[in-house]
Design a protein around this ligand. Structure first.
Ligand code: ADP
Ligand code: MG
Length: 291
């Protein structure tokens, strides 16, 4: 299965969130994930071996060089791509298709919105699939659009909006669905710096408010450190984890104050150095020992 089979950005399974799973602290368990693309005699080992967990309600960023396998990882987690080996456990259940309770926001938001539907209809659609009643749907859509600052645009069509606004619609749609896990793949890569900063703060505030588990892929080191509680740094392809960096900045983040804090600079410098090493082909010690 590939992403063209599913509606990108739209939660694929219309099921109520399972509240009984909130007892275990681990939301996502990636175990020995290995992914090789094979087509017409060409073999690309994208992911060699990834093992990590994400606790419920954590915000984890993933950074790595371009072509490292970040999107491949997310597509495996989103159940859009089968692992070659290893497995992904979400809320205690092995992922074998788009999981219930997960929403995905891709980089190409333009393609993930339906141009013939209004903003409101785009946000409402997964809620209809989820079986939500009309009155509750209306309230949920209004709240989600207000949360992303788009109350005035609910009757517009996506093509009437700027890129940043379209991305807000995609975020509103994901949030309205009330996912237990929100997965984002370089969602702000195509928006201007000012909008990007606003969207980063939007994700942080929604995350703090909703307690959702977030996995956020970016190639932007500053963005990863600013947003995350952890930053997973990936090696270049075939991907392994170079380091799982804990971001010990205060939970209250501010574009100016946080980014000018000495600790932010240290963490940024550390992740930057790791990415440089990754680009130069550095592999973790354990892996080199094992070869
Ligand atoms: P990233 O998101 O980190 O830039 P990707 O996960 O998109 O990296 O890609 C990782 C590697 O896998 C790249 O070398 C890419 O060319 C390759 N790749 C991605 N998708 C496919 C595919 N469908 N078939 C073959 N190779 C692929
Ligand atoms: Mg990618």
């Amino acid at each position: 299965m590939n992403s063209t089979d599913a509606e990108p950005g739209a939660p694929a399974v219309a099921t109520q969130r399972n509240e009984s799973t909130t007892t275990t602290p681990v939301a996502l368990n990636v175990l020995g994930l290995h992914k090789v693309y094979e087509s017409r005699g060409r073999r690309v080992e994208a992911i060699r071996d990834l093992t990590f967990t994400v606790d419920r309600g954590q915000l984890v960023c993933v950074v790595g060089p371009s072509g490292a396998g970040k999107t491949t990882l997310l597509r495996c987690i989103a159940g859009l791509l089968d692992p070659t080996a290893g497995e992904i456990i979400l809320d205690g259940t092995r992922v074998a298709g788009p999981p219930r309770g997960m929403a995905v926001v891709f980089q190409e938001y333009g393609r993930s919105l339906f141009p013939w539907m209004t903003v409101r209809q785009n946000v409402e659609r997964p809620l209809i699939e989820k079986g939500m009643k009309r009155e509750q749907r209306r309230e949920t859509v209004v709240a989600a659009l207000a949360a992303v600052g788009l109350s005035d645009s609910s009757d517009a069509h996506p093509w009437q909006l700027s890129g940043g606004m379209q991305q807000r619609v995609a975020i509103a749609r994901a949030v309205a669905y009330e996912p237990s896990v929100l997965v984002m793949d370089e969602p702000f890569a195509a928006v201007d710096a000012q909008t990007r900063a606003e969207l980063e703060d939007l994700v942080r505030s929604l995350w703090l408010r909703l307690g959702v588990t977030v996995l956020f892929v970016t190639h932007d080191i500053d963005e990863a450190v600013y947003l995350g509680e952890r930053v997973l740094v990936l090696s270049n392809r075939p991907t392994v984890i170079l380091e799982d960096v804990r971001i010990d900045l205060p939970a209250e983040r501010d574009q100016l104050r946080t980014r000018s804090a000495p600790r932010f600079g240290e963490l940024r410098g550390h992740v930057y150095a790791l990415i440089q090493q990754a680009k130069e082909g550095h592999r973790p010690l354990q892996e080199r020992d094992g070869e």
